[in-house]
Design a protein around this ligand. Structure first.
Ligand code: MLT
Length: 265
């Protein structure tokens, strides 16, 4: 589906009834990342799955920042007349979820932070963003798919699930250069979110793939430890998955989400 917001088009899926849950994809993904969870959870929840600005069917123009992505998500919630939702973000989607709490805390009913981190980029990390942006401008989106695919999944997926690798590679390779470069800038310039997490007062689930090397388990623990106890934090480690458990171990990820959602209604 397409929402025509003022000056900006959002591609999104809206399936199911009940508690609204917004799923935010990572980098450089699109909303199909969450296809399995949308299909499985739709009988119990209203699954809203947007393409972030620059990805999938959403407009490819800027401005690009975590704040802007968060405002775009809230723009979609307004358009759908949804007051508040559970916000579930993977990696870059998690950074957007943190920005959403900073800017629109009344719109978050609960959070799921998947394979993400609370810290800002180091100087070396920022340099790497600029190098990747130059690579994509020169060689296109496929170049970033080639550069990132191996680190994005765990060894179980690499060795036993070539179809998941192929799905992910195709997803990364079809994104727009403008969207990828914009997201790299937005991630490079994002703030540290430790203080933001400390103020979260809604229930929060932290999920991480056991073999995630991009945002390893220690990052998930740091998030869980920064969240106050009032957020009733849970940490779920998904065995046999790397950075994208929703794609690598869809049933286990859906199960963790479903358990958490059942505590909210
Ligand atoms: C993602 O999956 O969104 C990225 O790994 C996030 C990042 O590069 O910081």
């Amino acid at each position: 589906m397409i929402a025509q917001l003022p000056g900006f088009q959002v591609g999104y899926d809206d399936q199911g009834d009940g508690l609204p849950v917004v799923f935010l994809h990572g980098f450089p993904h699109d909303r199909t990342l969450w296809a399995a969870q949308r299909a499985s959870l739709a009988p119990h929840a209203r699954c809203i799955v947007p393409d972030l600005r620059g990805f999938g069917q959403s407009s490819t123009h800027g401005p690009f920042s975590m704040d802007q992505y968060a405002d775009d998500v809230v723009g979609l919630l307004d358009w759908l007349a949804i007051e508040s939702a559970v916000v579930c973000g993977l990696s870059m989607g998690g950074y957007v979820a943190m920005a959403l709490w900073r800017r629109h805390p009344d719109r978050a009913r609960a959070f799921v932070f998947c394979d993400t981190r609370l810290g800002a980029d180091s100087e070396e990390g920022q340099r790497r963003r600029d190098e990747l942006a130059a690579l994509v401008k020169r060689d296109g989106a496929r170049a970033i798919a080639d550069a990132q695919i191996t680190g994005m999944v765990g060894p179980t997926t690499r060795e036993r699930r070539p179809e998941v690798m192929a799905t992910l590679r195709a997803m990364m390779g079809r994104q727009s250069v403008a969207g990828i470069v914009g997201a790299l800038q937005a991630m490079r310039d994002r703030p540290d979110s430790r203080d933001t997490l400390r103020t979260i007062s809604v229930p929060s689930l932290v999920i991480v793939g056991e073999d995630d090397v991009l945002t390893p388990i220690k990052e998930a623990r740091a998030i869980a430890e920064a969240l106050p106890s009032v957020a009733r934090v849970r940490l779920e480690i998904i065995a046999g998955a790397g950075h994208v458990p929703c794609l690598e171990r869809p049933a286990a990820t859906t199960h963790a989400l479903s358990d958490f959602l059942s505590t909210l209604s």
